[in-house]
Design a protein around this ligand. Sequence first.
Ligand SMILES: *[C@@H]1O[C@H](CO)[C@@H](O)[C@H](O)[C@H]1NC(C)=O
Ligand SMILES: *[C@@H]1O[C@H](CO)[C@@H](O)[C@H](O)[C@H]1NC(C)=O
Ligand SMILES: *[C@@H]1O[C@H](CO)[C@@H](O)[C@H](O)[C@H]1NC(C)=O
Ligand SMILES: *[C@@H]1O[C@H](CO)[C@@H](O)[C@H](O)[C@H]1NC(C)=O
Ligand SMILES: *[C@@H]1O[C@H](CO)[C@@H](O)[C@H](O)[C@H]1NC(C)=O
Ligand SMILES: *[C@@H]1O[C@H](CO)[C@@H](O)[C@H](O)[C@H]1NC(C)=O
Ligand SMILES: *[C@@H]1O[C@H](CO)[C@@H](O)[C@H](O)[C@H]1NC(C)=O
Length: 504
Amino acid sequence: MFTPIHIPQVGITYKQPIGLFINNEYVKSKDGSLIDTFNPATGEKITSFYAAGTADIDEAVQAARNAYEDVWSKTTPSERSELLWKLASLVERDKKLLAAMETLDSGKPYHSNALGDLDQIISVTKYYAGVVQNLTQGKQIPVSHDKFAVTFEVPYGVVGQVVPWNYPLAMASWKMQGCLAAGNTIVIKPAENTSLSLLYFAQLFVEAGFPPGVVNIVPGHGAQAGTALAAHPDVDKVAFTGSTKVGQAVMEAAGKSNLKPVTLECGGKSPAVVFEDAEIEQAAEWCALGIFYNSGQNCTANSRIYVQESIYEKFLQEFKAQAAKAWKFGAKRDPFDEECTLGPVISEVQQKRVKSYIEHGVKEGLNIETLHELPADVKGFFVQPTFFTNVPQSSKLNREEIFGPVAVISTFKNESEALKLANDTNYGLASAVFTQNIGVATRFVRDIKAGTVWVNSSNDEEISVPFGGFKMSGIGRELGEAGLGSYLQTKSAHFNLSVSAHKL
Ligand SMILES: *[C@@H]1O[C@H](CO)[C@@H](O)[C@H](O)[C@H]1NC(C)=O
Ligand SMILES: *[C@@H]1O[C@H](CO)[C@@H](O)[C@H](O)[C@H]1NC(C)=O
Ligand SMILES: *[C@@H]1O[C@H](CO)[C@@H](O)[C@H](O)[C@H]1NC(C)=O
Ligand SMILES: *[C@@H]1O[C@H](CO)[C@@H](O)[C@H](O)[C@H]1NC(C)=O
Ligand SMILES: *[C@@H]1O[C@H](CO)[C@@H](O)[C@H](O)[C@H]1NC(C)=O
Ligand SMILES: *[C@@H]1O[C@H](CO)[C@@H](O)[C@H](O)[C@H]1NC(C)=O
Ligand SMILES: *[C@@H]1O[C@H](CO)[C@@H](O)[C@H](O)[C@H]1NC(C)=O
């Protein structure tokens, strides 16, 4: 159930679990099928791990059900808090190893990115360990002299979760920590391209003292394992992060099976709007980070940048300079190298997808700029940082989520046009505005249809602040106190205090 993996760049050798994690044990999948996983920086196979099918999902859900009814639903918030604190300290202990696994399996730069993910995971774990201590378990509502009512915030029970490959452990932690704190048990499916780190992480739950069945980890293909989880009649809630198309399928399966509620965190095509009074250098730096961080594989990536006409040329120059300076493959194109801040995209499939958008722009005759040449024979799934200008608003480069290091930069004349362009999308996940004018900033915050607005920054996520989408970017919120609330439902109790007159 374990295979040794050596990561020479950080001098680490460790034992990688490759089984499904059910009831605190690693097991083979029932049909023995495996998934190969690749290092995106080299294209080489790392190892294979077992893939869950429908029967395995049934077993994992049963384990989570038993754990919920017999053990976890009877724990106190303090007990759950204690376990989460222990988990946080184990993540701190294993931080470098976990970050190295993320880099190996997803290609994200170790120094500038993977270690940062781990810091966020530690914070989110401590945050929910703290918040659950303070859990307000409902309220008392006085109805009349002879009656009062009480509400309770109670867990759903068994929660199914499906997480994406762009932030394998971080997205799992955004979902799991709050869900466990709230008192639910979990069956979670990592993405088939990035399952290694979460499989290893499972051992930290055991070491921290989480009882068997509270957390079950079932790697597998979305079409089989993901669908089985979303459609399972004994799963009480499902939370999914991924594309809008798959999000719609999850919601349909949830509705058709047992009407389980959903939390969906789906795609985005987030705008950044730069007004002429902004500090151009700073705005350019944030906008470059917002599209090139994690090679653009971020649902909040500011892939549409709108710049006021009067500062357009100056902004372009700054953007190019900032991007070229900050976002580099490094001489060795090795994400473990400190010089590498821009890793490969996740897979050959994704590389082809992103490149097809770039080719589309070229075919349409749009102005294209690329940074950092790549040798023709490069191994690994690298994509050059690219941006297009003079792109019609109707172009698919402006409308579809590319999920790669590709931005569109356009101009606007005035405030009302800026808002109209920024809002002209089916998505509504995030947005950014750069200005020193408080009126302009505040009106943008008020009017933009998006779940997050950054004023004078972009993509600087905070784990204590709720996160989620408007429009087709999703349903429900994660992080912050909302991230606990998403895993609680309200129960109301009515108390009749009347007694028959003759008994008094
Ligand atoms: C803790 O509870 C208090 C009182 O209900 C509330 O005001 C505060 O916002 C809570 N803090 C957190 C972090 O949940
Ligand atoms: C409580 O129940 C009694 C009958 O048992 C009924 O007469 C009374 O109206 C009820 N009171 C309230 C406040 O519901
Ligand atoms: C953001 O707003 C503050 C306050 O007006 C200002 O000092 C700062 O320069 C602005 N930043 C940018 C990038 O424009
Ligand atoms: C993940 O990898 C598989 C091959 O193992 C591939 O079919 C799939 O499309 C990949 N996903 C993405 C988003 O590239
Ligand atoms: C803003 O610009 C748009 C597009 O050019 C124009 O139609 C509109 O009249 C302008 N609004 C103001 C207030 O100047
Ligand atoms: C924003 O977009 C929505 C539809 O996506 C539309 O209903 C709304 O009128 C737009 N608002 C503005 C200010 O453009
Ligand atoms: C997007 O990237 C930022 C860093 O730029 C990171 O803090 C954030 O967690 C990412 N968001 C998501 C949803 O992956």
